[in-house]
Design a protein around this ligand. Structure first.
Ligand SMILES: Nc1ncnc2c1ncn2[C@@H]1O[C@H](COP(=O)(O)OP(=O)(O)OP(=O)(O)O)[C@@H](O)[C@H]1O
Ligand SMILES: O=C(O)[C@H](O)[C@@H](O)[C@H](O)[C@H](O)CO
Length: 180
């Protein structure tokens, strides 16, 4: 059987996860699961009040996102694009379990790398979203950037224009598809 990919688009608030996930899912012609839609109401309420989530707040949500992605593959899709901040290594490990459970599944992270200044600019420019710029600091404090030991991570610098970031992300995904 052909391997099927979970492309998980990660990084802190404002790095462009939703924007890049939408683009990649259209290019790859696979469905897109928006992780933010699966936060329980109490998580959204906390974030909207400027209170960072804890590990305990995120745990069930991460397991649910893994399940949603696996369900798409089980339904016959060749792949799925999933957005999830996955700020810490142990959160990424929760998603990696999908590949341990089923060896036909390949998990690849696309980490959207941005400094605090870029994140603040993008969150401030965005209208009508519960995640305000006051949360960027806590996102960065929680972030454990993937290092070279996490060989399933494709890292993309997102400080450039949207079209350049889209191109760079797609190129890394296509290169990875060729290797897988
Ligand atoms: N490369 C880019 N250049 C300029 N603006 C961008 C770029 N990428 C994304 N944006 C804009 O930055 C804002 C944040 O992007 P987006 O909502 O996709 O981020 P996100 O990581 O999904 O955020 P969150 O985790 O808070 O939902 C949006 O207004 C988006 O249009
Ligand atoms: O783990 C987290 O703290 C959350 O997933 C956040 O990253 C938000 O979901 C996202 O930024 C919404 O704007």
């Amino acid at each position: 059987m052909l391997s099927r990919h979970i492309w998980i688009i990660t990084g802190p608030a404002g790095c462009g996860k939703s924007t890049i996930a939408d683009y990649l899912s259209r290019c790859l012609q696979v469905p897109y699961v928006e992780g933010d839609e699966y936060h329980p109401a109490q998580n959204v309420k906390k974030m909207a009040e400027g209170i960072p989530l804890t590990d305990a707040d995120r745990w069930d949500w991460l397991v649910l996102l893994r399940q949603k992605a696996v369900e798409k593959l089980a339904a016959g899709c060749d792949g799925v694009v999933l957005t999830c901040s996955a700020l810490k290594r142990k959160y990424r490990d929760v998603i990696r379990i999908a590949a341990y459970n089923d060896h036909d599944v390949i998990v690849r992270f696309v980490y959207l790398r941005a400094n605090e200044k870029v994140l603040l600019e993008r969150v401030r420019a965005r209208k009508g979203h519960y995640m305000k710029d006051s949360m960027v600091k806590s996102q960065i404090n929680s972030l454990e950037e993937p290092d070279e030991s996490e060989i399933d991570v494709l890292s993309v610098d997102v400080s450039g224009s949207l079209s350049s970031v889209q191109g760079a992300a797609l190129a890394k995904v296509e290169e990875s598809l060729g290797e897988d």
